[in-house]
Every structure is written in C-alpha cells, then in structure tokens.
Design a protein around this ligand. Sequence first.
Ligand SMILES: Nc1nc2c(c(=O)[nH]1)N[C@H]1C(S)=C(S)[C@@H](COP(=O)(O)O)O[C@H]1N2
Ligand SMILES: [Mo]
Length: 323
Amino acid sequence: MKRPDNRIRPSEITPPEVYFDRRQMMALGLASLAAGGIAGRRALAAEAGNASTILAARYKAARNTKLSIASTPNTYEAITTYNNFYEFGTDKSDPSQNAREFRTTPWNVEIGGECEVKGSFTLEDILKPVTFEERVYRLRCVEAWSMVIPWVGFPLADLIKRFKPTSKAKHVEFTTLLDRQQMPGQRYRVLDWPYVEGLRMDEAMHPLTFMVVGVYGRILPNQNGAPLRLVTPWKYGFKNIKSIVRIRFVEKQPLNSWQVAAPNEYGYYANVNPKVDHPRWSQATERRIGGSLFAQRSATEMFNGYAEQVASLYAGMDLTRNF
Ligand SMILES: Nc1nc2c(c(=O)[nH]1)N[C@H]1C(S)=C(S)[C@@H](COP(=O)(O)O)O[C@H]1N2
Ligand SMILES: [Mo]
C-alpha cells in the first residue's frame, strides 16, 4: 500500500460555490437568479456569492453529539487525499488527483424495485426535505487502517420512508455512476463496474446509517463520493458506496462488488470484527491514518465500537460464516 501523496493542498480543492449551478439555485427558490438572461452576468455574479452562502450554510450543520464519537477527527487534508475510490484509480492519492473535473451537477438518483414511490429524482428533490446534521464516525477500512471523520448528512431511514417500501423489500441495493469517460478507473477490470453495495432492510433503517453529502462543514469533495454516498460506521469501509445514482428495494440479498471480485475474502455483511480475520491478514488491530508509522497499532473494536447499538441486529447469526 502506497503512502499518501500530499501534493494537493486543501486550498486547491474546489471551493463550495464552484459546485453550485442554476438548478440548485432554483431548488433554493432563487429563481430570478437562476433565470439569468439579460439581467446580466453582473447581477448573477453579485448574487452568486449570496446563493452559495445560503447553500454553504446548510452544510455547517449542528453536531449530533449522541451519535458522534469523542475522538479528534483526522485533518481535512488526510480525509480528502487518502482515499479508496477505484473509479478514479487504485492508489490512495489517485482519487484526489483524478476526480477534480468530475461533474456532480446535474445529478439524478433512480429509485425503484419493491416500493410504492419510484422514478428518477434530482439531487435537489432528494435533499430538499431533509435536515443535515454532523456526525463524527470512525471509518475502519478492511485494509486495517482507520480514520475519524466529521461527516455531514442525514439518516438513510428518513429517505427510505419517503419511497414507501413494500413488505417484499428485504434489502436495499445501491449503485455508483457508470461513466468511463469521467471515471478513468472503470476502463480497467479491477472490479465488475458499476460498483454495487447492499444493506439488509433493518441495517438500512438503523439510526446510525447515514447518507453523506458533506465533510467538515463543507460540501463533499468528489474524491469522497460526491454528491451522495453511504456511511455505515460499524462495517468495513467498502460498504460505504460513493456517488450513488440508483437505490433499489429488493427481495433477494444483492451481490456487492467486492464479494463478486473475491467471495472468499469479502462478504455481504462486512461487520468490523477483530476475531474474524481477512484470509490474507489479521483484523485484530488497526493503524490510525495520520499518526506516526511507528506508533502502536490499536485494538480493533467489535462492530468498530458500535456493538451496543448494532449487535442485536445479528443476534443468533454465525458472524464467522456471515462475514
Ligand atoms: N463507488 C465506490 N465506493 C467506494 C469505494 C470505491 O472504490 N468505489 N471504496 C470504498 C472503500 S474500500 C472505502 S475504505 C471507502 C473510503 O471512503 P473515503 O475515501 O471517503 O474515506 O469508500 C468506499 N466506497
Ligand atoms: Mo476500504
């Protein structure tokens, strides 16, 4: 595993206002602004600052202290330059380099399968009714490293309820964008593209399961899965699927990309478990990114420290078999 390449400075990362387009301004009721036309570029430019301030303010959400851990988060720089996002390359430094031009507006999410409300929804449709909050979660990668990240987002359960899943909906399947032009990593057969992940319905509805749109009070950078990604803090990092374009309610357990790629190494549940090793390395300890390479590794916690909240979901299940 390569060490992170720190050439990119936080100041080089696209500022929030660059992401906002007319569609988003419309969604905020700034129609006159979005109309443009002869009203002129000057007026647009003058008010654009105003619009981005309103939008940006939404990402400065209050922290949910009850569902946050007390550890100090990693730096913004570490979180945005040490990434796994194979659509943009397999080195940790590739996504921050190769995702700079990735277009996240306009963005649509297709909702389908076993639910009453379905169709194609704009990101604005998805985000308008929800309340953003900040949650500090530990991210534990299956590669035995971890980070602490202040995410901004909203509970997945709040989104799911709006689509009224039927009694046949036993799992939720998520799919990442497929776009070989924009995602150069998809030209290589590292994985069977597009990236797919899934959660059992009760996992998806769990209050810890979070849909993320921002980090550190700012809109989510492309390399972290803009504009919409999943975060399940008690599972290995690969469950946290990025840049989601499709959510389907399904009866059968979906096949997730890493399970398809190496079924003996990666499962569907992927719950953090110090007692169930990866066939090629131990999961008993982890290395915190950003610390000294020589620092002592810390013990991996069952369910990444969230056992009290989630252990009951797996009562009676053999977690060695269901890894
Ligand atoms: N679409 C997609 N989602 C993905 C990945 C990926 O390669 N493609 N990598 C996963 C892995 S292995 C990890 S550890 C986390 C990393 O999230 P971060 O870069 O925001 O820290 O994203 C996950 N989501
Ligand atoms: Mo990961």
